[in-house]
Design a protein around this ligand. Structure first.
Ligand code: AQP
Length: 329
C-alpha cells in the first residue's frame, strides 16, 4: 500500500480552508493509502504562541481530526514533538539546503514583503523541517492545499540531492492537490487565502464557530456589483469562492450550482452556501464534543507516536549512517 503523509499546524483554531483543502481529503484517502497525519506543533512555534492557547489548539486539532472522520484504527495520528527524529532530520536537511532555495519560498517572501517584524530563524528554515516530516516516512504522496505546493517541490529537490550525494535513501514524494477547494479564499477579502491568523476573523470560518456566526460571515461575504451568478473567478472572485465552498462540501459541480441559482440574487445563493456549511459544521461539532468527553486523545496520540517512531527512527538511523555521523565500534 502506498503511503501518504500530511500535517496541520494549529497556530489557531482550524478553519474551513484547512478542512476543505486538507483534512477532508485525508479522510477520503485513509481507506486506500497508509495514512500518516500529524499535528505540526513544532511548526506552530516559528511565530510566538501563547502557551495556554497553543495547548488548547493542539488538543482541539486532534479532536477535530477525528471529528472530521480520521480513524486512528486506519491512520497513524501523532504529535510531531513525540517523535524526536523530526527535529533531528530537520537539522540534517537544513545542512543540505541552500540559502537561495529558502529565499525563493513565496510564503517567507510574502511575510517579508508585508514588513512583519520579529521573523524567526525557525520560520526561515521551516521548509527543511517540513521536508524531514515527509521524508522520514518515505511518503509517496503529500495531500496539500495550493499554498504548500512549493514547499513539497523543495522537499523533492532536497530528497533528490541527498539521494545523489549519499545513495538512494529517500522516496521522492509527489504533492497531491485536489481539483476543487485547493485554495479557499477569505470571505472578507477574496484576494487573500482564508487563514487562521487573519487579523479580523470576519473572513474566516472556524470549524468550531457557532453556527449563527458562521452563517452571518457567509451572508456578509464580499462579492461584487456585477449581479450575475456565473463562474468568473477573475472578475467575481468572492462569488466564485462561495460556489467553490458549496461545491466542495456538497459534492455537486460548480456548474450545477450556478444553473440552480442563475437569474437569482446573491442573497439566495449565500443562504444556500450557509446551509451547506452549517450542516457540515454541525456534524463535525457534535462529533468533536463526543471525542473531547470520551478522553481518548491521550491514548490515540501515544499509540500513534509509537507507530510513527518505528518508521521514522529507522529512516533517521539510515541517514546518519550514510552521512558518516556514526562511529562504528
Ligand atoms: N484557505 C485554504 N484553502 C485550502 N487549503 C488550505 N490549507 C490551509 N488554508 C487553506 C491547507 O491546510 C493544510 C494545513 O495548513 P496549515 O494550517 O499547516 O498551514 P497554512 O497553510 O499556513 O494555514 P493558515 O491557516 O494560512 O495558517 P497561518 O495563518 O498560521 O499561516 C495545508 O495542506 C494547507 O495547504
Amino acid at each position: 500500500m502506498k503511503r501518504m503523509l500530511s500535517g496541520i499546524k494549529p497556530t489557531g483554531q482550524l478553519t474551513l480552508g484547512n478542512y476543505i483543502g486538507a483534512l477532508r481529503n485525508f479522510v477520503k484517502y485513509q481507506d486506500d493509502y497508509e495514512m500518516v497525519v500529524f499535528i505540526a506543533n513544532l511548526h506552530c512555534i516559528t511565530e510566538y504562541q501563547d502557551p495556554e492557547d497553543l495547548r488548547k489548539n493542539l488538543t482541539d486539532a486532534v479532536a477535530l481530526y477525528m471529528a472530521c472522520g480520521l480513524d486512528p484504527e486506519k491512520s497513524v495520528i501523532f504529535l510531531q514533538t513525540d517523535v524526536h527524529s523530526h527535529a533531528e532530520l530537520g537539522y540534517i536537511l537544513a545542512c543540505n539546503t541552500y540559502l537561495g532555495e529558502l529565499n525563493r519560498m513565496t510564503q517567507f517572501k510574502d511575510k517579508t514583503a508585508k514588513g512583519e517584524k520579529n521573523m524567526t530563524a525557525g520560520l526561515y528554515t521551516y521548509p527543511c523541517l517540513m521536508a524531514a516530516d515527509i521524508l522520514l516516512y518515505n511518503a509517496n504522496y503529500v495531500p496539500v492545499g495550493e499554498d504548500q505546493k512549493q514547499h513539497v517541490e523543495l522537499c523533492r529537490d532536497i530528497a533528490q540531492r541527498f539521494n545523489n550525494r549519499y545513495g538512494e535513501t529517500f522516496v521522492v514524494p509527489e504533492p497531491l492537490i485536489a481539483k476543487v477547494g485547493a485554495r479557499i479564499m477569505s470571505l472578507s477579502d477574496p484576494s487573500k487565502k482564508m487563514s487562521k491568523s487573519e487579523e479580523t476573523n470576519k473572513g474566516c470560518i472556524y470549524l468550531l464557530d457557532d453556527l449563527k456566526s458562521a452563517r452571518k460571515k457567509i451572508m456578509s461575504a464580499v462579492t461584487d456589483s456585477v449581479g450575475i451568478i456565473q463562474l468568473d473567478k477573475e472578475n467575481q472572485p468572492g462569488l466564485y469562492n462561495l460556489i467553490e465552498i458549496a461545491s466542495a462540501l456538497s459534492g455537486r459541480s460548480m456548474e450545477d450550482i450556478v444553473d440552480e441559482f442563475s437569474g437569482e440574487g446573491y442573497g439566495k445563493l449565500k443562504a444556500y452556501v450557509a446551509d451547506v456549511v452549517c450542516a457540515e459544521l454541525e456534524k463535525i461539532q457534535n462529533r468533536y464534543r463526543e471525542i473531547i468527553e470520551s478522553h481518548q486523545i491521550e491514548k490515540v496520540l501515544n499509540e500513534g507516536a509509537l507507530k510513527a517512531s518505528s518508521i521514522a527512527d529507522r529512516t533517521l538511523e539510515e541517514v546518519k549512517k550514510k552521512i558518516g555521523l556514526e562511529i562504528k565500534y
